[in-house]
Design a protein around this ligand. Structure first.
Ligand SMILES: [Zn+2]
Length: 276
């Protein structure tokens, strides 16, 4: 396993198979946005959720404000009504296209953070949405950001995790509002949901859908705990600043990713200070 923490190869989950999106479960189609990068993997996954033969759909994470991509979302809804546009969180690679898609479709934009809502009272953990019998439970999963939500697509045994669990690699806890303690609790919450409902899919915000969701969550938790152990080791070895810890713990990570690694180390130091 490589030592890198970021989406470029942290965990052997999802492998290196290219991801193109498409129909994954009976009620979930992924349209891949054209914004690939080291931080967004293959691009942002826009999910269209609908009961088969229903006249209404939910769109999750329209992605960047890209006219071609938004046009393909409209085309994929094929004359059906977009009931709501749901955001897993406010980061621009998920939300930038939301308002234009709202204007194109007449659908409101629902998010936890009021800043990203548009014509909607928004979303909270514990809410249950229903469009033409398609039931989606909203799960609060803060950590990557404070406003991160996951969506449980009950009928398909699938959990849409946004950037909380990715299709490959590992995700970033982004300070200041992203907090590692929250993140670890959110992973445990997702794992418990998958276990109690027998869910069989994670549909992530980037990268391939995961058909072994419990193993994915367990891998994420193990990775976080081993990173924390490495940071504790670096502190014992005399590292003081976040930069010194990055140089020790992320020595085999490409330099271009060190700024992101530094964010992660900062989140880990905050966590260690809070829990010690
Ligand atoms: Zn993202």
């Amino acid at each position: 396993m490589s030592g890198s923490i970021l989406p470029l190869g942290g965990l052997p989950l999802g492998g290196d198979t290219p991801w193109l999106g498409g129909l994954v479960t009976a009620r979930a189609i992924c349209l891949l946005a054209p914004n690939p990068s080291p931080m967004t993997l293959d691009g942002t996954n826009t999910w269209i959720l609908a009961e088969p033969d229903s006249g209404s759909v939910f769109v999750v994470d329209p992605g960047p404000d890209d006219l071609d991509h938004l046009g393909s979302i409209v085309a994929a809804t094929a004359g059906r009504r977009v009931a709501q546009i749901l955001l897993t969180h406010g980061h621009s690679d998920h939300s930038d296209g939301a308002r234009r898609l709202a204007d194109l479709t007449g659908a409101p934009v629902a998010a936890l953070d009021p800043m990203y809502r548009y014509g909607s009272e928004g979303l909270q953990g514990g809410m249950i949405l229903d469009v033409d019998g398609l039931v989606v439970e909203i799960i609060a999963t803060p950590g990557h950001t404070a406003d991160s939500l996951s969506f449980h697509l009950v009928a398909d045994g699938a959990v849409l995790t946004g950037d909380t669990v990715l299709g490959r690699g590992s995700t970033l806890v982004v300070p200041p509002d992203g907090r590692l303690g929250d993140y670890l609790e959110s992973l445990v919450r997702i794992g418990a949901l998958i276990e109690s409902t027998g869910s069989s899919w994670i549909l992530p915000g980037h990268g391939p859908a995961l058909a072994d969701p419990l193993a994915a969550v367990a891998g994420y938790l193990a990775h976080r705990h081993s990173r924390l152990e490495q940071v504790r080791g670096a502190l014992r070895a005399g590292a003081v600043t976040a930069d010194e810890i990055v140089a020790m713990v992320y020595a085999d990570t490409p330099l271009q990713l060190w700024p992101a690694a530094r964010m992660s180390v900062t989140a880990q130091l905050d966590y260690l200070h809070e829990t010690n």
